[in-house]
Design a protein around this ligand. Structure first.
Ligand SMILES: Cc1cc2nc3c(=O)[nH]c(=O)nc-3n(C[C@H](O)[C@H](O)[C@H](O)COP(=O)(O)OP(=O)(O)OC[C@H]3O[C@@H](n4cnc5c(N)ncnc54)[C@H](O)[C@@H]3O)c2cc1C
Length: 820
């Protein structure tokens, strides 16, 4: 056994072995994997082997696509068959909302090049002759389906063996019956892993791919990994006479069938069937770790939970009635609170990488190994991985939170994923001090990064709840009222969840300046919108950096980026102690006061002059406001209105809120929620970190050129930007007015086409601009299509709508209101 390797992968399931394989593909042969028992002994051996390409996420969709393509090549490359049955995959729809979901997905699929067809009930019957089209209350009529001709199912153990063969033939070592018992950092900064073999392995990088053991493995390193398994079961049926007869007549293997509205999948297995439901009531398991006795075992089957799905499936496919049940497989699947895996760096420690929390781990293994290996070897992943980055979760993922969320995620695998859905489990958890006050004003809450955020405010007499939809729905008018309030009078948004850091010390300015592409403000009271880039020039983070005092900067970024940004900042700190960094997210609240009357309101609470000469746009002052001291008043906002962001010591939240509403009463002050903010910021073409600005695009592509100072000196990503400028910027940011929209606005991830119907870009966000009264999208188009006035089209829920490229910031392009 080697005692020193460059990378040690812990865990020999499909995901760990794929990571090992891809490390060797990237040219790193000095790599090894340890497995506590035998390869595939975790969840991999009992997986049903389905490879669904369908996924609503732009990132996960790309990972799945890579996997499916890889698995087709692997047998030829390794000589190991993987039993990939390319049967196709059929997802049925029995209601319009389901079809909307499929059409929304089609937009994403188009942008990542996944082949699919939307088919009629007649075509469903042709592809799946043993199925009833339905038409009763019990078995609703099929109104259409989504068909992926390219996916199917695979033998998970064979897949793992093929990856193993590929890795080993390139020099990787695999040690079975070798458990990682602990890990410590060595003085040289490597990791020393104690193993059950009695010897240690020292590694430069550690990859944790331990499946159901993620929490206990994480604990060995001091990480609270938010991955807890949930029970998942499938039924294996005996031979089916009808299926046998159909196949003997020459019928091809039936596509994997998913009746999403009844929450089950069905596929052929040796002339019989495998039926797998996602049931209500499936419990989370092993929240405190996998007990020693579990090993390769399964849980007893729970027939009661299965019955409703078996009945529904039997009505749809009557052939099921004539075959007995051979077995019930009930095993643990690792889940995370949002159902998406954890792929990327661990927080707070160097060179520890997670490839955990996989609930579709057979499907994801290829892509997850591919991107993680790239990240380790090259220092950056090749695609935007924000959606799977482990640091998208924060310290709030307590055991009970993860259990409740994971159980909820499991039972919702097949429910319709509305773009505005806000699931209720484990809420409210993190709240601003103003939660009760905003509730009293009708707040309809959503959750992001564990925080409750008011999406909109129901006026009295209106129910405080969403009717989720892919189209305009019950809150549409009220969101419009809130947007108009901000544009015409004065509104307040509670943005307390913002991530806030304090950067101090003699090295603060120089250090920040090297991290971001913009010039860090040198004068007290100045602020700069700044982007930290990847070495490839993509946008990693967005910070508003304000100089509060000498050697003292206040750095604000997206609320959902707290751990992600904090981890990056901490890991980038100089070793000489010249920079102090404090995460002060929870010690300061933030209220946005915006609108033409905002100055009149604030003026009643402070003696600080608020006129343009002494307090111009894009400056900040530390002021007293009412009884509150030490309020950082930043004359900026994300809605394009005259106004201030007030960042105050959290203990003043109630006082400031009451004072603002008292002073604003005569001006008609009111609350504004997240959805109105979305509408307002799109009217100003403001990009949102995480959706519109991501590592996939450089600031030049994002048309943020004015925030890049190539001449200021060295900063991370500068060389890549210079190379891009020399080669030509391939894409440019566009704002689009979408025409002929009656009830389905763009929401992001829609493909853009030129007049000849060629795909030339993608929308990253979209909404209705209530004040402009236009349906708007923003996103990226190939540079030659980005000139204002260019006519394009955009696909929304399966329909191509004409769209015109608008000049940037269609609302108040001169920023007159901001400067007023
Ligand atoms: C009933 C069922 C059906 C499923 N069907 C599908 C499907 O159709 N399609 C699909 O994509 N997914 C499916 N899944 C999910 C899939 O099985 C998992 O997502 C996948 O196997 C996860 O692979 P993994 O490598 O992450 O974890 P695992 O396969 O669990 O591997 C982790 C390995 O790490 C080892 N390990 C843990 N701790 C240590 C340590 N300290 N030292 C050394 N080794 C350690 C374990 O022994 C284990 O072998 C199904 C799951 C279940 C339960």
């Amino acid at each position: 056994m080697k005692t020193h390797v460059r990378v040690l992968v812990i865990g020999g399931g499909a995901v760990g072995v794929s990571t090992l394989y891809h490390l060797t593909k990237k040219g790193w042969a000095d790599v090894a994997l340890i497995e506590r028992t035998e390869l595939t002994a975790g969840s991999t051996w009992h997986a049903a082997g389905l490879l669904p390409l369908f996924n609503m996420s732009y990132t996960v969709g790309q990972l799945h696509k890579y996997s499916v393509d890889l698995y087709k090549r692997l047998p030829a490359e390794t000589g190991q068959d993987v039993s990939f049955h390319v049967t196709g995959n059929l997802r049925l729809a029995t209601c319009r909302e389901r079809m909307d979901e499929y059409y929304k997905y089609c937009g994403t699929a188009n942008t990542i090049g996944v082949p699919f067809e939307v088919i009629t009930p007649q075509r469903v019957k042709e592809l799946w002759p043993l199925l009833e089209l339905g038409g009763s209350a019990d078995t609703p009529a099929i109104i259409g389906a989504l068909y992926h001709p390219d996916d199917g199912h695979i033998a998970p153990a064979d897949l793992t063996m093929a990856l193993r063969k590929g890795a080993r033939s390139a020099g990787a070592e695999i040690y079975e019956h070798t458990e990682a018992l602990g890990a410590e950092r060595t003085e040289s900064g490597e990791w020393r892993v104690r193993t059950s073999k009695g010897s240690d392995i020292i590694a430069e990088h550690l990859v944790l791919a331990t499946g159901n053991y993620a929490r206990q493995m994480g604990r060995l390193l001091g990480l609270n990994v938010p991955a807890i398994p949930v029970e998942h079961q499938y039924i294996v049926y005996d031979e089916s006479p009808e299926l046998k007869a159909y196949r003997q007549r020459g019928g091809r293997e039936l596509a994997v069938l998913r009746e999403s509205d009844k929450s089950y999948y069905l596929r052929e297995e040796r002339m019989g069937w495998i039926l797998g439901p996602y049931e209500n009531g499936a419990p989370a398991r092993f929240a405190d770790g996998v007990p020693e006795w579990f090993g390769r075992s399964l849980f007893p089957g729970d027939l009661d939970r299965l019955v409703p799905h078996v009945e529904a499936a039997t009505r749809r496919v009557p052939a099921l009635e004539h075959c007995g049940i051979k077995d019930i497989v009930n095993g643990p699947i690792s889940y995370t609170p949002d159902g998406t895996p954890l792929i990327g760096p661990a927080w707070g420690m160097r060179n520890v990488w997670l490839n955990e929390g996989h609930s579709f781990g057979i499907t994801a293994a290829g892509g997850a190994g591919w991107q993680l290996a790239e990240w380790i070897v090259e220092g950056e992943p090749g695609i935007d991985m924000l959606a799977v980055d482990p640091r998208r979760f924060g310290p709030y993922t307590s055991k009970r939170y993860v259990v409740k969320k994971n159980e909820e995620t499991y039972r919702n695998v097949f429910t319709i994923h509305f773009p505005d859905e806000e699931r209720p489990a484990a809420r409210p958890a993190k709240t601003s001090p103003l939660f009760d006050k905003l509730s009293a004003r009708g707040a309809v809450w959503g959750q992001r990064y564990g925080w409750e955020r008011a999406n909109w405010f129901a006026p009295s007499g209106m129910a405080r709840r969403d009717e989720w939809s892919f189209r305009r729905t019950n809150y549409f008018e009220q969101v419009g009222n809130e947007a108009r309030l901000m544009r015409e009078r004065v509104g307040v948004i509670d943005l307390t969840p913002f991530t806030k850091h304090e950067v101090t010390g003699p090295g603060a300015e120089g250090w920040l300046d090297r991290l971001v592409a913009n010039k860090v403000p040198a004068k007290i009271g100045r602020m700069a919108l700044s982007h930290a880039l990847t070495t490839r020039g993509g946008i990693r983070s967005e910070f508003t950096i304000t100089k509060i005092a000498e050697q003292h900067y206040y750095v604000v970024s997206a609320g959902a980026a707290e751990r992600y940004d904090n981890d990056y900042l901490v890991k980038s700190l100089p070793a000489d102690g010249s920079v102090g960094l404090r995460n002060i997210t929870n010690t300061r609240g933030c209220l946005v006061l915006g609108g033409p009357k905002s100055r009149d309101v604030l003026a009643q609470l402070t003696d600080t002059p608020l006129d343009n000469a002494t307090f111009p746009w894009l400056t900040a002052q530390v002021i007293e406001t009412g009884l509150a001291v030490d309020v950082y008043a930043l004359r900026v906002n994300f809605v394009g209105a005259l106004g201030w962001e007030l960042h105050f010591p959290i203990e003043y939240a109630h006082h400031l809120f009451d004072a603002l509403f008292e002073a604003g009463g005569p001006h008609g002050i009111g609350m504004v929620g997240m959805r109105a903010m979305e509408s307002l910021r799109l009217e100003k073409s403001y990009r949102m970190w995480g959706s519109d600005i991501t590592p996939d695009y450089t600031p030049f592509e994002a048309s943020l050129d004015r925030f890049v100072r190539l001449k200021k000196g060295a900063f991370i990503g500068r060389e890549a930007l210079e190379r891009q400028l020399a080669a030509g910027v391939p894409n440019r940011f566009v704002t689009l007015e979408v025409h002929q929209v009656s009830d389905a606005d763009p929401l992001g991830n829609e493909p853009l086409f030129d007049r000849a119907g060629r795909m030339i870009g993608r929308a990253t966000s979209g909404y209705y601009g209530h004040c402009l009264q236009k349906s708007l999208a923003i996103g990226y188009a190939r540079s030659e299509y980005a000139t204002p006035g260019t006519e394009l089209s955009i696909e929304i829920l399966g329909e191509r709508k004409p769209a015109t490229v608008l000049p940037e910031s269609p609302y108040d392009p001169e920023n007159l209101q901001l400067r007023t």
